[in-house]
Design a protein around this ligand. Sequence first.
Ligand SMILES: [Zn+2]
Ligand SMILES: [Zn+2]
Length: 503
Amino acid sequence: MSKMKLIQLLLLLFLTASANAQSFKTKITLQTPESGQSRYKYIPFDVPENTQTLSFRYKYDKKGGDNRLEFGVFETGFSGRDGDKRGLRGWSGSVRDSAFIAEDRATHGYSAGKIQPGKWYFIIGLAQVATEGVELELRVNFNQIDEKPLKQFQAEQGKRFSFDKHRKRKKLRSNGLTWFRGDLHAHSFHGDGSWSVKAILDSAKSNSLDFVALTEHNTFTHYREIDDQAAHYPDLLILRGQEVTTYGGHINVWGLPRGEWVDFRVLPDLESSGKRIAKEARSFGALASINHPTMNCRGCKWTYDDHWGNLDSVEIWNATWDRDDEEALKTWDKFLKEGRSITAIGSSDSHQPPYEPSTYPTNLAIGNPTVFVGAKQLDQEDLFKGIRSGSVFVTKKPQYTIELSANRIYNIGDKIETSNLTKIKLSALLKGFPAGSKMVLISDGAVVQEELTPKGKLARDYEFRPVGRKYIRLEVRDAEGKMLGFTNPIYLSGKTSKRKSNL
Ligand SMILES: [Zn+2]
Ligand SMILES: [Zn+2]
């Protein structure tokens, strides 16, 4: 091609691009919704024919945190109403103020792919609005990607990570179960995390985990990367997850099918919301678990459903053990004392590698703490069976392990009919904990036995009178009283039930 022709072609391309570059702009004033009103607003915009890229900008005065809005986008096919799940194309919550979608790539949290012309919608979540209201400016550029989201995307794609050397650990096997190590709560660039999907998997591997769940806030765009990566991690069970993030509590859902998400648009004061979310999760064969039930951030605290009824598990240990976890543990003891049962879990909720200065909100390796699930084999179905039945213990590090059994046959999570039993023999075996850690047996909210552990191993049998008691569980604490590990209970009343896989 001659130089002249090339210049002509470039000029033509430039003119076509300019002709196609259009934009949509609107300003809207938002107010705090009345109690009982939806917290979501939908703003429609028309996408013209021959649009290859969309670039969004969300602009408002945050007023030092008095205003907090969340953003996402629905494509054609959506009706503009709560309850309609068709066409969610992406969600970035309050993490980003710009985003783009192109055919071959998109801001993490948004789906790349063809852009259908027609009516699209912004979804705006009113997390917090100052009393005088907030003015929001929304802009869409068609066929021209803004520099800011493009640079952000490139920086995320190019980020390098480092990991501790992978150490293979021996599998813990007891009473016919293998105790698989995992982490059920982590965030990548697709949500508000600073990890790539691959980096989360590498961190899980370096900690010798057997399973990991990636749980992004209200989006599903990480699934594709999970599916692409899975073949490179044959020993790691990777679960597609969503942190269903509402303004009255957060719920982790694990095991979602490709492309599916659970509707997060609930009224914050609607008691039955937790139940509804759990039902929707189960309709996909997934599990639903309450996250950080006592955490003091806006919307993080659990407010739904008869406390914790209806859900499969509750995250008693979130990230580094602190006052919130201590409070969650107290609430759990109260719940168990009433003769009810719910599986307690723990997870890193990691957003960032541990070697980076913590910005928002947790920088921990994947698997700190580690959740151990007793299962026959490492597949989703058996893992979920283990979680549901309470075959779970949690430790600060993957090398700390706990075994607890009753009469040598009943395991963590089992139920024993005790009306004819005057005593049972409890056997505890702790491995890997630092010397001077304290082992504590707790029944119905009260300490029944305490013992300091030597370095390496502690093996003990105790005689225990179970009559009139609801449960017995075990904790390990460090010299300052911080949690190093805890088990789910062996339940002491009601009909005997043992997991078949234990036999
Ligand atoms: Zn959360
Ligand atoms: Zn989270």
